[in-house]
Design a protein around this ligand. Structure first.
Ligand SMILES: NC(=O)c1ccc[n+]([C@@H]2O[C@H](COP(=O)([O-])OP(=O)(O)OC[C@H]3O[C@@H](n4cnc5c(N)ncnc54)[C@H](O)[C@@H]3O)[C@@H](O)[C@H]2O)c1
Length: 269
């Protein structure tokens, strides 16, 4: 039970939540194919998993490139002997590729808007498309997409990201319908701010980083940044046989942020 023996392909696995998922899944006995565009870092993570006794390999893959994605799935299936789990994790935020002052409607370039949609929404679709022949051969196939609280609620400077993550939530439901006939479950999850470079680099740019981080976590019933390992555990659960009746859904992992309307100062925490 759990993910022991399952074969994972994880995109964006060189850092952050993807890296954690690779490490946690491998520690639980899964074999993992890591993919990213930062090859040296990704190779290093795979090597360190192998050094700890885990089964891991790395392949370069830009999820926006059909030829890269097709080659990744082929390599993953060859390396691992098949694919059971596709974790569509690679993602970007507009504030990570453009100056925040250029991320409102008036100033954002068409290229920035398109790039975010291309990586966050087209990329997972491409990966699902090219993983499908291998997933069809699996006894426990599933696709797990990285959505976000930005899939279901808005926040400042997030119009491209929110559009892409709202899209991936609906892509998840549509794929679950399409792939039900193959017994492939498709789910997504929605983290709030998690302590990865996507968030910490943005926080660092603020005039008062401590106050800014507090404002980010200030609505959560658990008022702190989430940990990448906490998201990795959810991904492993969704991939496992124990989650065999969970399909086509969005699971929040947000410290209770979206559970209520209010501010943390109103609570006696
Ligand atoms: N960190 C958060 O607060 C948070 C919250 C909600 C959702 N998410 C989602 O979780 C996922 C992982 O985020 P993270 O916080 O670990 O970010 P991260 O920036 O630490 O990691 C993202 C990884 O994706 C890779 N990547 C970027 N573009 C790529 C491409 N075209 N092809 C392949 N790989 C590419 C990067 O090189 C990086 O290794 C993303 O989809 C993100 O939107 C993160």
């Amino acid at each position: 039970m759990g993910v022991e023996g399952l074969r994972f392909v994880i995109t964006g696995a060189a850092t952050g939540i993807g890296e954690s998922t690779a490490r946690v899944a491998a520690a639980k006995g899964a074999s993992v194919m890591l993919a990213d565009i930062t090859d040296e870092v990704g190779e290093g993570v795979a090597a360190s998993i192998r050094a700890s006794g885990g089964k891991a390999a790395y392949a370069h893959c830009d999820v926006t490139s059909p030829s890269d994605v097709e080659a990744l799935m082929r390599a993953g299936a060859e390396e691992l002997g098949g694919i059971d789990v596709l974790h569509n994790n690679a993602g970007i935020h507009e504030t990570g590729i453009a100056d925040p002052s250029m991320c409102d409607l008036e100033n954002m370039t068409v290229e920035t808007f398109r790039k975010v949609l291309e990586v966050n929404a087209v990329g997972p679709w491409l990966c699902s498309k090219y993983a499908l022949p291998y997933l069809k051969e699996s006894d426990l196939p599933s696709i797990i997409n990285a959505a976000s609280v930005g899939s279901v609620s808005a926040y400042p400077l997030c119009i491209a990201y929110g559009t892409s993550k709202g899209g991936i939530r609906l892509q998840t439901q549509n794929l679950a319908v399409d792939l039900a006939k193959h017994g492939i479950r498709v789910n997504c999850y929605g983290p709030t701010a998690i302590a990865t470079s996507m968030v910490t680099e943005f926080v660092k740019q603020a005039d008062d980083p401590v106050a800014f981080e507090k404002s980010m976590t200030g609505k959560g019933l658990i008022p702190r940044l989430g940990l990448p390992e906490e998201v990795a555990e959810l991904v492993c659960f969704l991939a496992s046989p124990e989650a065999g009746f969970i399909n086509g859904t969005y699971i929040p992992i947000d410290g209770g942020q979206l559970a209520w309307h209010g501010h943390i100062d109103e609570l006696d925490l």
